[in-house]
Design a protein around this ligand. Sequence first.
Ligand code: PXL
Length: 274
Amino acid sequence: MTQPAFSVPAHALTIAGSEATGGAGAQADLKTFQALGVFGSLALTVIVSFDPENEWDHRVFPLPQDVIAQQLQTDFAAFEHDAVKIGMLGSPDTIRTVATALREHAPKNLVLDPVLICKGQEPGHALDTDQALKAEILPLADFVTPNHFEATALSGMDSIDSVEDLKEAARRIYDSAGAVVLAKGGVRLEGREAVDVFYDGERLEVLSAEKVGDVPVSGAGCSLAAAVTAELAKGATPFEAAATAKEFVTAGIRHRVTGGSLPFDSFWQGGFAV
Ligand code: PXL
């Protein structure tokens, strides 16, 4: 009889929100883990459903704290994760619940995508949540992936208008948080290249790729952080993880999903394999 071929893939957990269309959030994270050969677990924090009758505005339904805590209990009891990603937490209560579990289990390779706002939301709509994220989760993170807006907020800079500004933001965030930083300029900085800055306290690197269009693609940020998480889970160094994640994101944006009724395109994790 043929022996079954057991697999022992690297294992990553995402603590994130559901985004019903599948472009962003936990769906993007799990698809990214799978595309990069990593087994994924999920603890769901909120359920987001864009409202098609109200300009696809965000409807955010937070899950009860005991439901979130129980998922974390299950996930941490089930596996020793090689890396953990934090996506949308959504409220100060959830931030406390998640921080408690993280302090108790101290997972390796904690990657924070500091989701302060999503496309279509106003900056500063939930300052208490932003502050709780900074106070309770950021100090636990090993790696943080702020976008242009988040890098401005976390660095305390007035604005980020150039690659030099983005480098300065990455340095400031590293100095205050002690986590490796991959700060994303994306389409927000002028020029033909989409530029991200990596800084680990010693090595400052600019990662760039030619821009594909000039509007953000839903799920690109989630997928970048998830790709960093997957690569760290497999044993990559932080810089190797950032470089592969940049390639993964460039491919997913190039192969973006268009054609539905949404007012934006969606990231395609299948693009990397094409
Ligand atoms: O892209 C940020 C993001 C993260 N997580 C969830 C989201 C979004 C944006 O829509 O809905 C659940």
